[in-house]
Design a binder for this molecule. Structure first.
Ligand code: MTE
Length: 316
């Protein structure tokens, strides 16, 4: 993997987001014409232009695009792993509005393009560890959440950021019918210092292309040291508050899911161990290889100081 410091990156390689968005429309047509296949080998194959972030912290083999886009959790589209890939195409992601409210200097209903305009896109290759015991390595394209927060100007009293996913039953079959697996909207939350941490991003793409709907288009959170469910998809609201938010999974079952949800092989889920994980794509059935799960998903060097003095068993 190519790792370069920001100072090594020529400004010509940094595409402001409004330019990328204009390119996106153009490239959608270009790809239809097969132009993408004409790119030189090794060039980023997709329509997004981005810099490779020095904060990519793994050079492990990437999980295949097929696995990343067909083995998903996105309960708004059903509870089976293949439901989102089948059902999420009905979600209309343009135009997209993100409501920003609460303890901020610049509350508004932002058009997504305006919210992230001119923040350079970065590629961050991160491990993702799901609470269910599997993991992937995903090349995200996104912007630091801290840059978006700076734009909306947290007030001094703000201590937490909460996020919500869209509620649109007409386009989200998992929000219709008798069986509702979770309370809607899907809600997640971070402490403000977790949200400001340089590893925390808002992703708009993966594998060099805009996010597929099943992965949380058009914008989703990625917090690589926490279990995957913290990485909320298709965000429609960002709210700053002085009160700890109650995430959907905690609301549904507070004995099993807490606010922090840091990857921690020493704290078991009440119904199963968290000590090992299965890397998607590495064999199945009898041949499944399990690897040890790393504290903070391997990002401890960067994030452990956020939790010094906190009892991680009590604050799971
Ligand atoms: N966001 C919303 N809105 N709804 C969901 O059901 N599932 C979460 C998280 N974000 C979920 C969500 C869970 S459990 C995981 S493991 C990750 O999304 C999966 O992300 P991926 O499908 O891109 O791998």
């Amino acid at each position: 993997m190519l790792i370069r410091r920001p100072s090594d990156i020529p400004s010509s390689e940094i595409t402001p987001h409004d330019v990328y968005l204009r390119r996106r429309d153009f490239m959608t047509g270009a790809i239809a014409l097969g132009a993408a296949t004409m790119l030189p080998a090794g060039a980023s194959a997709g329509p997004l232009q981005f810099v490779k972030s020095p904060l990519s912290t793994t050079d492990e083999p990437l999980t295949s695009l097929k696995d990343i886009t067909t083995y998903n959790n996105f309960y708004e589209f059903g509870t089976d792993k293949d439901d989102p890939a089948q059902n999420a195409r009905t979600l209309k992601t343009t135009p997209w509005t993100v409501k920003v409210d609460g303890l901020v200097g610049k509350p508004a209903d932002y058009d997504l393009d305006d919210l992230i305009k001119s923040i350079p896109l970065e590629e961050r290759i991160y491990r993702m560890r799901c609470v269910e015991g599997w993991s992937m390595v995903i090349p995200w394209i996104g912007v630091p959440l801290s840059a978006v927060l700076a734009r909306i100007e947290p007030q001094s009293g703000a201590k937490f950021v909460s996020f919500e996913t869209l509620v649109r039953p007409a386009e989200m079959p998992g929000q219709r019918g008798l069986f509702q697996p979770l309370p809607w909207p899907y809600v997640e939350g971070l402490r403000l210092d977790e949200a400001m941490h340089p590893l925390t991003i808002l992703a708009v793409g993966l594998y060099g292309e805009p996010l597929p709907n099943q992965n949380g288009a058009p914008i989703r959170l990625v917090v690589p040291w926490k279990y995957g469910f913290k990485s909320i998809k298709s965000i429609s609201r960002i709210n700053l508050t002085d009160t700890q938010p109650v995430p959907s999974w905690q609301r549904a079952n507070h004995q099993e899911y807490g606010f922090y949800s840091n990857v921690n092989p020493q704290v078991d889920h009440p119904r199963w161990s968290q000590a090992t994980e299965r890397r998607i794509g590495e064999g199945s059935g009898l041949f499944t290889k399990r690897r040890p799960t790393l504290m903070f998903n391997g990002y401890g060097e960067q994030v452990a100081s956020l939790y010094s003095g906190l009892d991680l068993k009590a604050n799971y």
